[in-house]
Design a protein around this ligand. Sequence first.
Ligand code: NAG
Ligand code: NAG
Ligand code: NAG
Ligand code: NAG
Length: 482
Amino acid sequence: MAQADIALIGLAVMGQNLILNMNDHGFVVCAFNRTVSKVDEFLANEAKGTKVIGAHSLEEMVSKLKKPRRVMMLVKAGQAVDDFIQSLVPLMSPGDIIIDGGNSEYRDTIRRCKELRPKGILFVGSGVSGGEDGARYGPSLMPGGDAEAWPYIKDIFQGIAAKVGDEPCCDWVGEEGSGHFVKMVHNGIEYGDMQLICEAYHLMKDILQMDHDEMAKTFEEWNKTELDSFLIEITADILKHRDADGTHLLPKIQDTAGQKGTGKWTAITALDFGVPVTLIGEAVFARCLSSLKDERKVASKQLQGPNFTPFQGDKKAFLEDIRKALYASKIISYTQGFNLFRQAAQEFGWNLNYGGIAMMWRGGCIIRSVFLGKIKEAFDKKPDLQNLLLNDFFKKEMHNSQESWRRVVSTGVQYGIPMPCFTTALSFYDGYRHEMLPANLIQAQRDYFGAHTYELLSNPGHFIHTNWTGHGGNVSSSSYNV
Ligand SMILES: *[C@@H]1O[C@H](CO)[C@@H](O)[C@H](O)[C@H]1NC(C)=O
Ligand SMILES: *[C@@H]1O[C@H](CO)[C@@H](O)[C@H](O)[C@H]1NC(C)=O
Ligand SMILES: *[C@@H]1O[C@H](CO)[C@@H](O)[C@H](O)[C@H]1NC(C)=O
Ligand SMILES: *[C@@H]1O[C@H](CO)[C@@H](O)[C@H](O)[C@H]1NC(C)=O
């Protein structure tokens, strides 16, 4: 009997929690797991007393679905996804929908969309963020793929997603692998946001010599400003936290950061596309440097830093400078992330819902923050906005922050504090606002050693080569046209 609104394959914690969340919102879900005993266990335990039903085979599962059939997979990325698709396709009809809610690489999602389209099966790749709790009570959902599927999954997706006010943190992202692409960049931005907070912490601790309770209070204060966000909030909690012995836990934690690779993938994609997503890149490298603990231990005894006198300035004013530096750097990071979206849209011919992306991240996920509402407003105002920094609101914020930001960076440098993300963000800002950069010299050098030619400011589009060593003069060249 066709009674289920949607089927969900994969009963690990994320899958189970999404099912229970859907059930809470009035949808009938059919649960399936390759190890079918898991289905019975789930029905007898976590799903006891709900409307969730189960299936012991894919055939049975499909037969229990209303049409168009909706099947969502939350299985391990890679081969398992392809295997399930292959088994499902013969059981489904044109117009039916397969959704991959796992952590697939966006290029795999592009491929699967292309493979399934001729068969009439609508494929959706959806980023799901917010961890186990998010899945249970309101994740951020980033679906993209075959747009024809959206009207049929919209109620379920927006129903179970996190809400900010009445607005769901879920909207249609765009074509093909764009949902998984957006999830990848979300994770990259998460790396950046975390590193920025770490740099602020380092400055407070080593320049201002603040103790952990003082720092916790500062982050609590910051949580009431433009920086109001999940990561600032948990940082306050972490700084306060005391061990069983009554002392603070944080300074006892090993200072080597791990990573699962999603930040790295954002940086690699940025390099591939030639988009300067410098802040996420630095955040990834900062984790790499942190993991060289043994080398750092040796080097710390041999390599000198600067001589400095203890901070004698206005501590409160400098704290406010740090807050503004963090805010300005964060604006740069999101600017760079959205630039990457713009380039991906061009590469793949996607029409991306930029304002919607900001809204999807506004709640439910790790980078959720009040600030994202401003990005949404910027794109609502001008959907084809080329760069966030050119939006009036963000322009004003940069102008208001820049003096603080420069003071923090220069003071930090004088004290020898590493600030890879604060500094790269400021360099990006200064680079982007310069009409003239020193790349004229790079062009001259390239022409000098490799006859790569250059253009004159006064005559763009016309490529010339100069005989730099001799007296042969210029050679006008159109054959070097690159
Ligand atoms: C089945 O459930 C287990 C957890 O009980 C999960 O680890 C696994 O990924 C699921 N696999 C599939 C293919 O459903
Ligand atoms: C941070 O602000 C939010 C409201 O925007 C609030 O719910 C939360 O409790 C605050 N957290 C801390 C640690 O102050
Ligand atoms: C550059 O000029 C020198 C001196 O006139 C000449 O010997 C040399 O061949 C020229 N090189 C090229 C690549 O034209
Ligand atoms: C080389 O090019 C420059 C710039 O166009 C021009 O001013 C100069 O006269 C040229 N020199 C020769 C020897 O052609």
